[in-house]
Design a protein around this ligand. Structure first.
Ligand code: ATP
Length: 253
């Protein structure tokens, strides 16, 4: 479980995050959504420690990460897996070398154990017999799968995904979303996904935090997002024609 308490961040006098609090539960796919420029990525960076918030605290399973000493910060960082936008694989390394990388950096495991773990993770994300392929030789969807395998290879307790299905066709995007959700449940991971994709919300949104201009203006599940009375959220949810059609069909007249 990750808890954030009153996170604030400004850049050059412009307040980007205006005091955001919330709880992201273990074994759940937690989504941070909102329009472009509303502070989603900055919030995610504050949570993982890439940006220091001006105010507020981030707790990882009740451990204060924001004010932690170097040792505790390192311990918590070892438990984090990240799926970056676009996969962010090392182009000069093959699939196996990409996935083994965190184990080389973070553990003293013997090589055969590392390879077993790499193969287990690759198999879990649906990739077999691609160990020696280079990133340039595999599709966008496969790259995301490799990115997911790499993010969980060190038995991560926390998984962060920044726009995990950007650049994918709708069907592949749904497959990747569902893979993230399945892995989250299977390994009891606390997962936070930043997205502005309503398909992802409806597909995997166990918990959804909606940001608008640096504030959390709504939180809930994919079940009740359609019934929200918050104008900013409705403008976001029903921005596309398909969602408006769904709403009109659910509320005739
Ligand atoms: N390092 C930085 N220095 C200055 N301003 C920044 C920095 N990082 C982000 N910002 C500003 O913070 C605001 C929020 O940016 P952020 O990237 O969090 O938006 P977002 O909601 O993730 O948008 P998108 O969906 O387009 O990725 C933007 O106005 C951005 O220009």
């Amino acid at each position: 479980m990750i808890e954030i308490d009153n996170i604030k961040k400004s850049f050059d006098g412009k307040e980007v995050l205006k005091g955001i609090s919330g709880v992201f539960e273990k074994g759940k796919t937690n989504l941070i959504i909102g329009a472009s420029g509303t502070g989603k990525s900055v919030l995610l960076k504050c949570i993982v420690g890439l940006i220091k918030p001006d105010e507020g605290t981030v707790f990882y399973d009740n451990r204060d990460f924001t004010n932690a000493d170097r040792n505790l910060k390192t311990d918590i960082r070892r438990e984090i897996g990240m799926l970056f936008q676009g996969g962010a694989l090392f182009d000069s390394k093959n699939v196996e070398q990409n996935v083994i990388f965190p184990l080389n950096v973070l553990t003293q495991m013997p090589l055969d154990e590392k390879l077993d773990r790499v193969n287990f993770c690759l198999q879990r994300v649906g990739l077999e017999n691609v160990n020696k392929k280079m990133p340039s030789e595999i599709s966008g969807g496969m790259k995301k799968r490799v990115g997911i395998a790499r993010a969980i290879v060190n038995n991560s307790s926390y998984l962060f995904c920044d726009e995990p299905n950007s650049g994918l066709d709708p069907q592949t995007a749904i497959t990747i979303d569902n893979l993230i959700k399945e892995i989250t449940e299977e390994f009891n991971i606390t997962t936070i996904v930043v997205t502005h994709d309503m398909n992802s919300v409806m597909e995997i949104g166990d918990y959804v935090m909606f940001l608008h201009e640096g504030l959390k203006v709504w939180e809930g599940s994919d079940q009740n997002i359609m019934k929200s009375q918050v104008k900013e959220l409705n403008d976001f949810v029903f921005a596309n024609k398909m969602m408006r059609t769904v709403r009109n069909e659910e509320t005739p007249g």
